[in-house]
Design a protein around this ligand. Structure first.
Ligand SMILES: Nc1ncnc2c1ncn2[C@@H]1O[C@H](COP(=O)(O)OP(=O)(O)O)[C@@H](O)[C@H]1O
Ligand SMILES: [Mg+2]
Length: 339
């Protein structure tokens, strides 16, 4: 398959010296559903802004559909659709008018545009609300309207920056279904960024995991999880006798685990310790016996097959921890999270 996006040694240093993208290279195949998964501040939006010609790169090379970003930015803009992280909906216009406006900007008019707008309104489930002012839409409706607007000119490549962040689960599922349809039925290549593990897992055929401006892992969700080659067991511990020093108890537990041959790796997490072993089920009795002889009590044991979060943890020593981000988005509504 030919690649439709090709990025090599891309670097972005902002005016204040922040190195938001630190030498990344990757390719996206034509027709692929490709993902960029990473926590807040990883460099996802910066990358997407560069690829969509909205931000000038510091160095590196980028081509989209065989067009060079430095020389053919205008041509690139004609064949891509972009949904940025902030919605660009005009609250004074109706949903329908918002899409028509975007169509005009793409030199579309007349019957062709009218039919296209009707179809898009239906597809994103806004047919009934089409003639209401967009300012009165819910957050989920605005996101869906934004998505419809980016699709008006039938882009070859669609760039989506966290299209479902802040959406309720039901709206999220609707958007997921629609994106899959666009990719499968219409053959549109999709480049999506997300901080949601389950979103990357469900939608993306291939993905890059990005952290602090660097790509830390790349592959299919299944392949990446398989590469871990182990189950993850998360334990919490406490001192049997006293409340004790939590940090010291954890450190002692880690020391004990390091002496057990079956343990591949132990990582400190907020909840406790995550232990990687070949076979989680078989290991639990051994784990219990090992702690029996000590002053450390096993408070909880939780076995799981690897998730993309474990992939992230393995490569960065940190968790993406989606739950907290959801909380952050919710509180952000009151204005504290704007950058
Ligand atoms: N205009 C800017 N000037 C300086 N630093 C920025 C700017 N925009 C983003 N950053 C910083 O660059 C890093 C990457 O940001 P961003 O690409 O928005 O990450 P993500 O989209 O993955 O959350 C962060 O540390 C962020 O604070
Ligand atoms: Mg972002």
């Amino acid at each position: 398959m030919p690649d439709i996006i090709s990025v090599s040694d891309l670097v972005e240093v902002y005016a204040d010296g922040t190195k938001a993208v630190d030498g990344i290279s990757f390719k996206v195949n034509e027709g692929e559903f490709f993902g960029f998964l990473g926590p807040n501040g990883a460099g996802k939006s910066t990358t997407i802004k560069i690829l969509t010609t909205l931000l000038r790169k510091t160095s590196g090379s980028v081509s989209v559909a065989g067009l060079d970003l430095d020389k053919e930015a205008k041509e690139i803009r004609k064949i891509i659709g972009v949904q940025s992280q902030e919605t660009s909906v005009d609250p004074e216009l109706t949903g329908r008018e918002n899409i028509i406006l975007l169509g005009h900007l793409q030199q579309m008019k007349g019957k062709e545009l009218e039919e296209r707008v009707d179809k898009l309104l239906e597809v994103v489930g806004l047919k009934d609300a089409a003639d209401k002012r967009a300012g009165r839409y819910s957050g989920g409706m605005k996101k869906r309207l934004d998505l419809a607007s980016t699709l008006v000119h039938k882009p070859k490549v669609l760039f989506l920056d966290e299209p479902t962040t802040g959406l309720d689960p039901q709206s999220r599922a609707t958007v997921w279904d629609y994106l899959e349809e666009l990719n499968k039925k219409d053959g549109i290549t999709i480049f999506l960024t997300t901080q949601y593990l389950e979103e990357a897992d469900r939608l993306c055929q291939r993905l890059c995991i990005i952290d602090a401006g660097k790509i830390v892992a790349e592959g299919s969700p299944v392949g990446l999880k398989k590469d871990i080659g182990a189950d993850a067991i998360t334990i919490t511990v406490q001192d049997k006798k006293s409340a004790g020093d939590k940090v010291a108890t954890k450190a002692a537990a880690k020391e004990l685990l390091s002496k057990i041959p079956a343990v591949i790796k132990t990582v400190d997490t907020e909840e406790g310790l995550t232990i990687y072993v070949k076979n989680g089920g078989l290991f639990v009795p051994e784990l219990v016996r090992a702690f029996d002889k000590t002053d450390i009590e096993l408070v909880s044991i939780n076995i799981s097959t690897p998730s993309l979060d474990d992939v992230f943890l393995k490569h960065t020593g940190k968790r993406i921890r989606t739950e907290e981000l959801v909380k952050e988005v919710t509180t952000g509504r009151f204005g504290s999270r704007r950058r």
